[in-house]
Design a protein around this ligand. Structure first.
Ligand code: ADP
Length: 497
């Protein structure tokens, strides 16, 4: 799209202008270069949190800003409308019409806005540059960026690094796709104070955000993994993977990419990564050259080929599952690159408390444990969840279908599941694709699923909500679904004393 979708070979020459910046003793680089905003006419499309932050930032830098959203003022929210109006942004709410974005010098588009929106296509055809909020922020960030993408584990990995940098007293900002949009940190009066001058900017970045970058150049990129997701937005897996791989687009050999050693897509597309690679291997006698290796009770890592071998004890790492140890290994590499010391990192990995709605322990009764993994909206994350428990699992799944195949669950269900309780819009398709792999029960809603599973569970079993679907058919979002699950479980535990 516009500036953001010029062919890769043109972009490769787009080196970051400006001085070399140092962070934690390493070369900086978020790919930023000055961007003139004063008096430029900028149209911000989409007024979610990132759109609002971008619009306010643009106003502060002297741009003439108008904002649009297909939602009504009520849907956008009176507070957002008030803040934007006070900041001097013009607002156009309600369905966008042809010609709406014409006349702008720059269009800043939110990640949720479909790229085939007709007025957007029109602006592109007219040659108007179109970028996302991440790219806008990247042009102004002075500290090097550690960016994390992947189908699963982004938030966990970012939160781990954040926790480690806090433990190491390294001033940093953490935001992007989670928490605060990056332009929010650049406001003169950011609502949530953070360190004025960060040494590192830690960003979770989604494939949607990466679609609209141009020069964004992480100093360290992390690709946690790739599995089918968002196939309702992308025509196929290849398009989704290519969007994610844009995280590497502007990196050079002065930057670092932390990748899974066994990633099939990246191994089939080696030319996508020009940065120095630090692989994370799942063990099995892999040479611990630069990178990390997972062992049953340790993570071994080395930052440089001839550097010292470091060993982190993972016995007291509180998160369950091998996938979380992969997230941990990636976080350790990034935190080491940022300058955190090994002894600080050992203590930090032991004190990390985990995140809500991601394999979160809720309670136990009669030897049956209940776990909330409401954030598991992809099939792969459910496969990982099932592999994280020793005994039989009673899996509660379903919700809004995201378009991918459920077939990868068949093997793990056959091996691990005592029962699969299905509810919600996707239940029919899931039942068809999974029939025969374990006993299946169709129920009306989440409460019925919890109660049925609890009735069938025996001591040593785990009742796991790990839905493989998004939540929007029955809940506000995955957090709402997870909270509801916890309420139901806690009530059940109380009822049964
Ligand atoms: P994201 O931010 O990418 O959605 P989260 O850290 O929020 O990832 O985790 C989302 C879901 O994926 C949770 O169910 C979690 O248990 C699972 N998960 C976390 N890390 C991984 C991983 N490395 N591989 C597969 N699934 C994972």
């Amino acid at each position: 799209m516009g500036e953001a979708v010029r062919p890769a070979r043109e972009r490769r020459g787009t080196e970051r202008a400006g001085s070399e910046r140092r962070a934690a003793g390493a070369a900086a680089g978020s790919g930023n270069g000055p961007m003139k905003l004063a008096d430029r006419k900028v149209h911000v499309v989409g007024l979610g949190r990132s759109g609002e932050a971008a619009a306010r930032f643009l106003r502060e830098r002297g741009a003439r800003v108008w904002c649009s959203d297909s939602k009504t003022a009520g849907e956008v929210g009176p507070e957002t409308v008030r803040r934007l109006t006070e900041a001097g942004c013009a607002l156009r709410l309600g369905p966008q019409k042809p010609g709406d974005f014409l006349g702008a010098d720059l269009v800043v588009v939110s990640p949720g806005v479909p790229t085939d929106l007709p007025p957007l296509q029109e602006a592109l055809a007219a040659g108007t540059p179109v970028i996302g909020e991440l790219e806008l922020a990247a042009r102004f960030l002075e500290a090097p960026v550690v960016a994390v993408t992947g189908s699963n584990g982004k938030t966990t990995t970012v939160s781990l690094i954040d926790h480690m940098l806090q433990a190491a007293d390294i001033p940093h900002w953490t935001g992007g796709n989670i928490g605060r949009p990056l332009t929010g940190f650049l406001l003169a009066d950011p609502a949530i104070p953070g360190p004025g001058v960060p040494r590192v900017v830690l960003a979770e970045v989604s494939s949607f955000q990466l679609e609209t970058i141009e020069r964004f150049r992480p100093w360290v990129s992390i690709w946690t993994n790739l599995s089918p997701d968002h196939l309702d937005r992308y025509p196929d897996m290849e398009a989704y993977a290519e969007a994610k791989a844009r995280i590497f687009l502007n990196q050079t050999d002065r930057d670092t990419a932390v990748l899974p050693h066994e990633d099939a897509w990246l191994n089939a597309h080696p030319d996508r990564v020009r940065a120095r690679v630090l692989p994370v291997a799942r063990g099995g006698g892999v040479d611990p050259g630069p990178g990390a290796v997972l062992e049953s009770r340790h993570v071994r890592l080395r930052l440089e080929r001839d550097g010292p071998l470091e060993r982190y004890d993972t016995e007291r790492f509180p998160l369950v599952g091998r996938h979380n140890r992969e997230n941990l290994a990636m976080a350790l590499l990034a935190a080491r690159l940022c300058g955190a010391a090994p002894d600080v990192l050992q203590r930090a990995l032991e004190s990390f408390r985990g995140l809500e709605h991601r394999l979160e322990w809720v309670g136990e009764r009669g030897g049956v444990r209940f776990y909330n993994d409401s954030k598991a909206t992809t099939v792969d994350s459910v496969v990982c969840a099932l592999a994280s428990f020793e005994g039989p699992v009673l899996l509660l799944a379903g919700g809004k279908d995201k378009g991918g195949s459920y077939a990868p669950l068949r093997g793990p269900l056959r091996q691990r599941a005592r029962l699969l309780c299905l509810y919600g819009q996707a239940a029919g398709r899931m039942e068809k694709e999974l029939a025969g792999s374990c006993p299946v029960l169709r129920v009306d809603d989440l409460e019925a699923a919890v109660r049925s599973a609890a009735r069938s569970a025996r001591s040593g079993d785990t009742v796991l909500l790990s839905p493989a679907c998004s939540s929007f058919d029955m809940f506000r979002d995955y957090e709402d679904r997870g909270e509801r699950f916890k309420q139901i479980v806690r009530r059940l535990l109380r009822e049964n004393g």
